[in-house]
Design a protein. Structure first.
Length: 425
């Protein structure tokens, strides 16, 4: 957060320096001029310009990685873009319009098919998180009005890289904002509501801050006679003075659960510095660091950091006090897990054996077992008869016992034979 604050302060100093030079050359007569603060009068190429120098030809001559590099490494788009898919196909780029809305354009750049002669495909762009109307958007927010992305063939013949195509679409939506009818994303809705409220509460202070503040407001909606700010100047800092409570839309903009004060948009310490002092402050890192450390907002951040450091230390001590109990629970859990593994190892073969016993046997196997059992019963009954024959007189008293055993075995024999006949049909 402190690094973001320093970057924001540095951009504010640069803007003050430019405003000072503009006001000096025009004799503070820029209030009624048609020029606007974001206009560049130098011949230095604008970082992140829509068309790269020497571009032209055919987009198919660029590899897919070159297209992605032109998008992700762009001086303007890169800082406002993050990947939202697990692969490298889908990204979200955040931008602000001249009316103060913060919007997100989702860029899907399909993978190249693994077939001979396959070429890059046209990117699919969509305004996500909102319901809006614009001549370039269809009913569900897809960008259909930008000709170079209308089809794969149109994109390949346009000679544009992916970054250039995304810049053109973002610039159109930024300078000619879509009419937002509904914010569907809760975070985006909250962000825009917070910014709108803050802009309203600070409108009076901006209107009474004099010519210097007017020169540095960069396309404020109150200056309806001015041209809108350029794409590069609007995104080169944290959207500068147009949106006093602009927040950087990145996942790591602040720590979860930590409420940080928003850095101020105006610094009274810079108001009385001349151009030479401002330029020296920008060039000298030591001086700039000392200036940042002297700001009230920096001291406020230090106090918040110290407070949360103490809270973290208290939580760490509580964790240490519960460490012994946690280790005992861990040891007990490990022992139970080992016992469970042993029981599972013993249970698995028994479970498989039970499944085999409960399984429906094959008819052929069952017939074979019945045939064997029938023969065993018959042989046993025959042995009983053989043992008894020749001993009728001695075994007269055991006649009843012999008959019972003989008939029982023969009954089993006949039952198994009957079951075999039923199974055989």
């Amino acid at each position: 957060q402190q690094q973001q604050q320093q970057q924001h302060i540095q951009s504010t100093i640069i803007m003050f320096s430019k405003s000072w030079a503009t006001g000096r050359s025009k004799g503070n007569s820029s209030t009624g001029s048609s020029a606007y603060p974001g206009h560049r009068t130098t011949t230095t190429p604008i970082r992140g310009s829509v068309r790269a120098p020497g571009s032209g030809g055919n987009s198919s001559s660029f590899s897919r990685q070159e297209h992605l590099d032109s998008y992700l490494n762009d001086a303007v788009l890169g800082r406002s873009t993050m990947k939202v898919s697990t692969d490298d196909t889908t990204y979200d780029t955040v931008f602000s319009t001249v009316t103060g809305d913060t919007l997100i354009v989702r860029v899907h750049f399909p993978m190249i098919a693994f077939t001979p002669g396959a070429s890059v495909r046209a990117p699919e762009l969509k305004l996500t998180g909102v319901a809006a109307t614009h001549e370039w958007l269809d009913g569900i927010g897809r960008v259909t009005g930008y000709a170079p992305c209308a089809s794969d063939a149109a994109f390949r013949s346009s000679g544009l890289r992916l970054g250039e195509a995304v810049q053109a679409v973002v610039q159109e939506l930024q300078l000619n904002p879509p009419a937002v009818t509904q914010f569907q994303d809760a975070h985006l809705k909250k962000l825009n509501q917070h910014r709108t409220a803050a802009s309203s509460s600070n409108s009076s202070s901006r209107s009474s801050s004099g010519p210097t503040a007017s020169a540095t407001s960069m396309g404020s909606s109150s200056n309806s006679g001015m041209a809108p700010p350029s794409y590069d100047t609007l995104l080169s800092s944290t959207n500068s003075q147009q949106q006093p409570t602009q927040e950087t839309f990145t996942p790591s903009s602040s720590s979860p659960g930590v409420e940080l004060p928003t850095p101020p948009q105006d610094y009274a310490e810079l108001q009385n510095l001349d151009r030479d002092a401002l330029e020296e402050l920008v060039r000298d890192d030591t001086l700039f660091q000392a200036f940042c450390n002297s700001l009230p907002i920096t001291e406020e951040y230090r106090q918040i950091a110290a407070q949360h450091t103490e809270e973290a230390a208290e939580l760490a001590l509580q964790n240490l006090q519960e460490q012994a109990e946690l280790q005992a629970l861990h040891a007990e859990t490990t022992q139970l897990q080992t016992q469970l593994q042993t029981l599972v190892t013993e249970f698995d073969p028994l479970d498989r054996q039970q499944d085999a016993l409960q399984a429906q046997p094959e008819p052929k196997v069952l017939l074979r077992e019945l045939q064997r059992g029938k023969k065993m019963a018959f042989d046993k009954s025959e042995r009983l008869a053989d043992d008894w024959l020749g001993q009728e007189e001695e075994c007269a008293e055991s006649m009843t016992s012999f008959c019972n055993e003989f008939l029982a075995e023969r009954k089993i024999h006949h039952l198994r034979a009957a079951k075999m006949q039923i199974l055989s049909g």
